[in-house]
Design a protein around this ligand. Structure first.
Ligand SMILES: *[C@@H]1O[C@H](CO)[C@@H](O)[C@H](O)[C@H]1NC(C)=O
Length: 142
């Protein structure tokens, strides 16, 4: 094999590795912390049940301003995905939503999060905290 072909082979191989290892949240080998906070304007409790492929975090009830959090390391090969079922009263009506709150293989939020991925549950949907500009922004409607 000529050195040039070998070089391009190695380069191609490296690109494949980078493409598979680089999830949407950026490659980060430390523990990630996910936070979900009840900021429902009506001050009512939020029922929340989150899970991943191999973890069930159980059903929790969060009062106004309370949060639930957990930490994990990304599985960069098979992917790490957390979903939550949420339920609350809105103007006398029961509202439910199922939301993917974390997925390292697919971009599910535009605001960056590396170490701390924060969500705020509000009347109109989920707000995400941007670690860079330190602001909450609307991301996922109900
Ligand atoms: C949530 O609020 C209710 C009613 O005020 C209270 O009984 C309950 O202990 C609170 N739960 C938590 C986890 O603080």
């Amino acid at each position: 094999m000529s050195p040039l072909i070998m070089m391009s082979n190695i380069l191609g191989f490296m690109l494949i590795i980078v493409a598979t290892l680089e999830p949407c949240y950026g490659l980060y080998l430390g523990r990630r912390h996910l936070y979900i906070r009840n900021d429902l304007e009506n001050h009512l409790p939020l029922k929340i049940h989150c899970w991943s492929k191999d973890n069930d975090l159980g059903l929790k009830t969060l009062n106004f301003t309370q949060e639930t959090s957990w930490s994990f390391k990304d599985n960069n090969i098979w992917g790490t995905k957390f979903e939550c079922d949420m339920e609350f009263q809105l103007e006398g009506q029961m509202k439910r939503g199922q939301v993917v709150v974390y997925n390292n293989k697919k971009k599910i939020r535009t605001r960056e999060c590396r170490k701390r991925c924060k969500w705020s549950v509000r009347k109109y949907g989920l707000y995400a905290f941007d670690e860079k500009d330190k602001k909450w922004d609307f991301e996922i409607p109900w």
